[in-house]
Design a protein around this ligand. Sequence first.
Ligand SMILES: [Zn+2]
Length: 255
Amino acid sequence: MTLTDDQLDRYARHIILKEIGGAGQARLLSADVAVIGAGGIGSPAILYLAAAGVGTIRVIDHDAVALSNLQRQVLFGTDDVGAPKAEAAMAAVARLNPDVKLIPINARIDADNAGLMLRDADVVLDGCDNFATRLAVADAAQKMRMPLVSAAVGPFEGQLATYRGWEKDKPCYRCLVGAAEDAPERNCAETGVIGALTGVMGSMAALEVIRALVPFGEDMAGRLMIADLMSMRFRTLSVPKDPACPGCAAELCAP
Ligand SMILES: [Zn+2]
């Protein structure tokens, strides 16, 4: 892929980085990333991925923009209230960067359709707000050997991890959470969340996606970052591969 003059200008701050360069930028432009949830995490993530020139972004979200979303979902404006989020995201990204093709998928992803919706993506970024969806996305990503960047927030706390659980020393999402299909769900509507926190976590998730695509440095696979914004402390825990993990075992037995 040859970059145009406009692209050399637009992405100059990437291209000058030895870790990205023209070749890395070309990889971003030819990449296909699936983003689950255009919410508090998805909004800044989609904006940074689009600004970075990720060529194809699939946005999977079945919701419409609500007024109470605008406190943190910076992808949308007041005029978008009531519009499907995936389509409003497409309009926002079209304003930002004509190099990016955003594919709006105005549907709920689940265990039955995840394989189809994620097929042939290079990386999946999960910023959804419920555990059942996280498991479905994680299982599909593990099966397809697709890096999964997973970000989540509580009121003042964020978590970030990257999973490449098909690798023999790296955990999958189920190594961390087990098979707890019936874990209690609490979402932002019930607990509240500081808006800027979702910006921090969504931006870091975008960085992990860009890292996986180029790639550079050391990713979060095998580690979990916990951000405590109440005391402004960030810690990183090791997440070992669970030898009894059903997700990893299924992968090993897969044809
Ligand atoms: Zn596992």
